[in-house]
Design a protein around this ligand. Structure first.
Ligand code: ACO
Length: 345
């Protein structure tokens, strides 16, 4: 069933500090050529000491509210997808609610690792379609630099920090915009392939959260899972890859993205890629990419868009949307990437 909930605002925030592949050459035994060839990543942003998932999420949220033309007080729901909240509680969404002054919003986080944004978005759009909310903010924000093992060359080069946000509102009957189909899946049996222990692990000594990953097997599962979920979402929507104006996949690795596009029969000109500049920001990759796609003029009202993600757990999913069109006010109408860097309006 089509959900009458549409994206009306987008925003993103990336921290100022950039870590290049050359920087990693001084930290672990690696080199730029290896990282670029295996991952497509050239640089990633790293949060400053005072920045957290909620502060970055709040900045992305402020920008999304500007493009939606609404106030924080208009929101009745904030859902944040994150696996690196500021603390175990309050939820990052609750801290964001306070920072942006969304005094009428309920809040909670969704943790589905890198599938966090898709999962949070699914919850918010279903709230709206069910009439339980009118205007929701969905944030994907991560401070992965705080759980990266900086001595493990197999993982530390992959991840970055950042935040993206979208405003979702009810789509009036007969108007453009809505969710055509969504598919969410998980296989907890595969958790050992990609996980992080936390302060509540059974082993009480494991207080330090670190990303642990079997890269080769994660790669294999990621390609199959995203391609299958995308095909299923397209089938449920009654569409094919030819109907898509743009695919916005989770940005983990360029080789994964091209392999998924290949399986779907999507030419790369219609696949959004910014992993070279951001690395893998987990739940934040898709909303950051959406904000950049809007700023770069790559989405028009009526376009069909595919979002697909894969993450630890394992979790994965795909959504097909009809794009409603997001107005970007002059203050934030800039070339690709600039929306991300613009000061909060
Ligand atoms: N620099 C140089 N050499 C390296 C590095 C590095 N940074 N990392 C690993 N190597 C070495 C390994 O030690 C290994 O050496 P060996 O042959 O002497 O043992 C060799 O490179 C090959 O290692 P593989 O792991 O087999 O390399 P692979 O081609 O699989 O690439 C990579 C590794 C990039 C991690 C790849 O498997 C991958 O991208 N997997 C998916 C990871 C991912 O995207 N995870 C997140 C998805 S979900 C989410 O977003 C949370």
């Amino acid at each position: 069933m089509r959900l009458a909930a549409r994206i009306t605002g987008v925003g993103a925030y990336l921290p100022d500090r950039i870590l290049t592949n050359a920087d990693f050459e001084r930290m672990v035994e690696t080199d730029d050529a290896w990282i670029v060839e295996r991952t497509g990543i050239r640089e990633r942003h790293i949060a400053a000491g005072h920045e957290t998932t909620s502060t970055m999420g709040a900045e992305a949220a402020r920008r999304a509210l500007v493009t939606a033309g609404i106030e924080a007080t208009d929101l009745d729901l904030i859902v944040t997808g994150t696996c690196t909240p500021d603390g175990l509680f309050p939820a990052a969404a609750t801290l964001i609610q306070h920072q942006i002054g969304a005094t009428h919003a309920g809040t909670f986080d969704v943790n589905a690792a890198c599938t966090g944004f898709l999962s949070a978005f699914s919850v918010a759009t279903n709230f709206i379609a069910a009439g339980q909310a009118e205007r929701a903010l969905v944030v994907g924000a991560e401070t992965l630099s705080r759980i990266v093992d900086w001595t493990d060359r197999g993982t530390c080069v992959l991840f970055g920090d950042g935040a993206g946000a979208v405003v979702v509102e009810r789509a009036p009957e007969g108007e453009r915009g809505g969710v055509d189909a969504m598919v969410l899946r998980a296989d907890g049996a595969q958790a050992p392939l990609l996980y992080s222990q936390g302060p509540c692990s059974a082993d009480a000594l494991s207080h330090e959260a670190k990303i642990i990953m079997d890269g080769r097997n994660v790669f294999r599962h990621a390609v199959t899972a995203m391609a299958d979920a995308s095909s299923e979402a397209l089938r449920r929507a009654g569409l094919t890859a030819d109907d898509l104006a743009l695919a916005v996949p989770h940005q983990a690795n360029l080789r994964i993205i091209t392999a998924v596009a290949d399986r779907l029969g999507m030419p790369m000109e219609r696949v959004f890629v910014n992993v070279d500049r951001t690395g893998n920001t987990s739940s934040a990759t898709i909303p950051i990419a959406l904000a950049e796609a809007v700023a770069g003029g790559r989405l028009a009202a009526g376009d069909r868009v595919l979002l697909t993600a894969f993450g630890g757990g394992l979790t994965w999913g795909a959504l097909v949307l009809e794009w409603a069109g997001v107005r970007v006010p002059a203050a934030v109408r800039m070339p690709t990437g600039a929306l991300v860097a613009s000061p909060s309006a």
